[in-house]
Design a protein around this ligand. Structure first.
Ligand code: 4AZ
Length: 261
């Protein structure tokens, strides 16, 4: 075949392939035996543009976070206090940790709940005011009147770049998993320090699906509404040990007071 024709044909093949891989179509997914977040699947940052992660001064991802405004993110207090504010970076709009999509911005101010001591005592929430505006859709923050969103059995989605098994390797790209919110009674049975005013639990009785180390600070969503922030738990995905999340609706006023200032 003459070189010119071969080039033309292969160019046509590329165009055809491009037409078949319609932009915005879901990427093919791995066949499902592998655990992700734990027991989840790869997720698209385009579907969850509010999902961000925190990096230290060396660029290492160590927690998650969630945009609630163009220039503010929520995370766990225990994440916000893990490194000095000047060394804290927020990565938004990035699917893969090794990618160059999205942006990394600095943090100009950190607010942590004044009641926070350690995750198991509750109030594990922080507002990060960012150095710059980022062009990604923020999440809606649950309000006290959104009580129905916290009904036991509600399907919620947890997102993060954390470990894919207890003590195992961290994910390289964004993962999501669906977990049902538990009743207060179920969580109180699992954990003596459970506080229903400041925390909410999610997970299946048999375990298998959960947030894990490195997911802390990341979002627990019911639809477009942020209901929880990954906080703590005994291990990851163990039966009878649901994940514990900060109950965001308890902090709506704190959040709005610290988001735009
Ligand atoms: C952590 O250490 C962590 N299974 C996050 C979530 C859970 C446990 C630990 C819940 O960041």
């Amino acid at each position: 075949m003459p070189t010119k024709l071969r080039r033309a044909l292969s160019a046509a093949a590329v165009l055809l392939a491009g037409a078949v891989l319609v932009p915005g179509a879901a990427a093919p997914q791995a066949s499902g035996t592998q655990p992700f977040i734990v027991g989840g699947q790869e997720a698209s940052i385009a579907d969850h543009p509010y999902a961000v992660y925190l990096v230290d001064s060396r660029g290492n991802q160590f927690c998650g976070g969630v945009l609630v405004a163009a220039d503010a993110a929520l995370t766990a207090a225990h994440c916000a206090l893990a490194v000095r504010p000047a060394e804290l970076g927020v990565v938004a709009g990035r699917q893969h940790k090794r990618g160059t999509d999205g942006v990394e911005v600095g943090v100009r101010r950190v607010w942590t709940s004044p009641d926070y001591q350690d995750p198991t005592s509750g109030h594990d929430i922080a507002v990060l005011n960012l150095d710059d505006y980022v062009p990604y859709r923020p999440a809606h923050v649950a309000r006290p009147e959104d009580r129905a969103l916290y009904a036991a059995g509600t399907r919620a989605t947890v997102l993060g770049w954390g470990r894919t098994s207890d003590g195992g390797p961290k994910a390289q790209s964004l993962r999501s998993a669906q977990v049902p919110l538990t009743s207060d009674a179920t969580c109180a049975e699992a954990y003596r320090s459970y506080d229903p005013r400041t925390m909410v639990c999610a997970g299946f009785p048999e375990g298998g699906v959960d947030a894990c180390q490195g997911d802390s600070g990341g979002p627990l969503m019911v639809g477009d509404v942020l209901v929880g922030i990954v906080s703590w738990g005994e291990g990851c995905a163990a039966p009878g040990k649901p994940g514990v999340y900060t109950r965001v609706a308890n902090y709506t006023d704190d959040v709005s007071r610290h988001v735009r200032r």
